[in-house]
Design a protein around this ligand. Structure first.
Ligand code: 1HA
Length: 270
């Protein structure tokens, strides 16, 4: 298809097609395991998508048919985190999870093959997930000496239920795309060859809807799951809208003009 590169990176691809951006983890020889560099590049790309008002939907995927993402690259796991060229041990994928959650545009995971460990949590925190029929979902933390007790556990329990979430983490078994669909873990299963067409169709459906409505729906669900941080996001959206009103502007103008504000003229809706 007609994807155009936005910027060249070492460990990801970053492309767009009109209003849709696509971020692809590009380490297929490692089943798209991520390093601190992969994650930093993804954070930069997501921030670009956030700032570019012409981008309305973001696809997150992995290169090739074998894996979406196999989690943290265990070969660069050091003492306290994953280590990149700066020699600092990091768990910066947690920052990426949060960014995917708060970015006020829909993020759709397009999953082919394995979705494992910290990679499967990236899929989880995306707003929607379309999976190919060859997709497999698995948490391995308790086998490889790791765990995600944040979104990976508490939010997973909100999505698939507590009993299921404990089963996923205690047994570390793999689940087929159909099983994951039945658990409410993902939105749709499609034949491998159709997955990009289907994902683009979902993006185009969403792109025809009101971006502000989508933004508030996403923020409302975060407000419910993320406590005061979630409320802050939704409150920020409210402030953004308020700043566009005459009532909001009257406060700013009165201050700048060194006069008392006249809020009396604004309606007090029921
Ligand atoms: O839990 C966290 C975090 C928690 C809190 C805060 C931050 C966190 C950050 C990360 C994580 C984690 O992600 S922990 C979980 C780490 N991931 C795993 O345990 C999955 C390991 N991989 C596998 O189980 C399998 O490779 C696989 C099910 C994904 C695919 O199996 P398959 O198709 O049989 O391929 P395989 O031969 O195993 O893999 C192909 C190549 O990719 C192998 O290298 P090669 O022998 O060809 O040299 C394999 O070693 C490599 N590879 C795959 N996954 C990883 C990997 N190398 C490093 N790290 C990997 N995750």
């Amino acid at each position: 298809s007609k994807w155009e590169t936005i910027k060249e990176y070492k460990e990801i691809l970053f492309e767009r097609m009109d209003k849709i951006a696509k971020i692809t983890i590009n380490r297929p020889e490692k089943r798209n395991a991520f390093t601190p560099v992969t994650v930093q590049e993804m954070i930069e790309a997501f921030n670009y998508c956030r700032d570019d008002a012409s981008i309305g939907a973001i696809i997150l995927t992995g290169q090739g048919d074998l894996a979406f993402c196999s989690g943290g690259d265990q070969s660069v796991r050091g003492n306290g985190g994953y280590v990149g060229p700066d020699h600092i041990a990091r768990l910066n994928v947690l920052d990426l999870q949060h960014l995917i959650r708060i970015i006020p545009k829909p993020v759709i995971a397009m999953v082919r093959g394995w979705s494992v460990g910290g990679g499967n949590i990236l899929q989880l925190v995306c707003d929607l997930t379309i999976a190919a029929d060859n997709a497999k979902f698995m948490q391995t933390g308790p086998k490889v000496g790791s765990f995600d007790a944040g979104y990976g556990s508490a939010y997973l329990a909100r999505v698939i239920g507590h009993k299921r979430a404990k089963e996923v983490w205690f047994l570390c078994k793999d689940y087929s795309a159909d099983e994951a669909f039945q658990m409410g873990w993902i939105n749709k299963v499609v034949p491998l060859d159709d997955i990009e067409t289907e994902t683009i169709e979902w993006c185009n459906e969403i792109l025809q809807k009101s971006p502000t409505a989508i933004r508030f729906i996403k923020a409302a669900m975060n407000a419910d799951t993320d406590g005061i941080a979630g409320l802050q996001q939704m409150a920020g959206d409210s402030t953004m809208l308020f700043y566009t009103t005459d009532e909001g502007k009257e406060g700013r103008d009165a201050f700048l003009e060194k006069r008392d504000p006249d809020f009396d003229k604004f309606p007090k809706f029921p």
